[in-house]
Write a protein that binds this ligand. Sequence first.
Ligand code: NDP
Length: 341
Amino acid sequence: MLQNRQILLASRPFGEPKPENFRLATTEISDRPERGLLLKTLWLSVDPYMRGIMDEGDSYTPAVDIGGVMDGGTVSLVLSSRHADHKAGDLLVGYTGWQEYAHTDGEGLRKIDPKTAPISTALGLLGMPGMTAYTGLLNIGLPKSGETLVVAAASGAVGSAVGQIAKLKGCHVVGIAGGPEKTRYVVDELGFDTGLDHRAADFPARLKAACPKGIDIYFENVGGHVWEAVYPLLNDFARVPVCGQIANYSDTGLPPGPDRALALIGTILTKRWRMQGFIVSDFADQTDEFLRDVGGWLRQGKLKYKEDVVVGLENAPAAFMGQLKGRNFGKLLIKVADAPA
Ligand code: NDP
């Protein structure tokens, strides 16, 4: 038997998640499963959608039961296998949750090759967030050379890839991020044209100045006050891939003031905007193209990525709560165990 440390959902949050909503538990897991795979978690991905799975009722991902293991993407080492496609020593990416070991039948797991890229990238640029950026931008954003693209949460896993791919497509790219370090990074390291701090008092005016020809594509990652500043600047025929609304995930009701939904729909009509929500899994059939293109651009040095690594499974709840407040800088990952040499 192995001792398996797990992070469980202890209770459902009302508003922002708090430490008491999580519980660290240790259970025993057989080291000789009779079927399937025994996996050891090496890396755990921490992502904003996890706020939704803590609530009652399914969002686009199933809710976690109270007392259940928090769900999450992982890179794992196969310790033992009774599965035809995988052998001990293989490295797999999949969703095995916030725990140190897992038994699985192998469903939904993909083998990764540590020789092509660092294995943690299978949770970042070469994983779900990178695929979100690639598919949302190319299928819905439809970038054209010379257009202006704005993306928020610009230094994060999705936003950093959106802006860099848009640059490869010839766009003028404005990245919005929290604080001077992140805004400098998107310009100096990622090659965006402008980086703007959404916490600056004159942020809306700065955004307007940074987009003299208006905005053709807004890749919506955050909602909240950033959306309020962006939408007056959207051009006729603008495209808005609606990817995420992290600023609103912990809202417990509608904001005060009149309901402006009808006014927004009227503006969508007169300005002929195309706003489309999407979930990365909608484009699962584009996985091969994504890995070919983004993997190729990475190997050619045309794309960069940044990881924010927190060591130890027990630190995952604090890291996740910090992400919802913008404390991460880059793709947030938990290093659960060392990879084999
Ligand atoms: P990030 O690594 O970018 O982390 C989230 C960032 O959001 C924070 O670092 C912070 O950056 C920013 N943020 C948090 N709160 C606010 C706020 N109130 N106002 C403005 N910005 C805020 O996360 P990801 O790149 O993984 O995800 C980005 C978005 O994409 C999320 O909304 C996520 O839910 C969505 N997503 C959607 C998918 C889909 O299939 N539709 C799949 C994957 C992600 P800063 O300090 O710069 O403000």
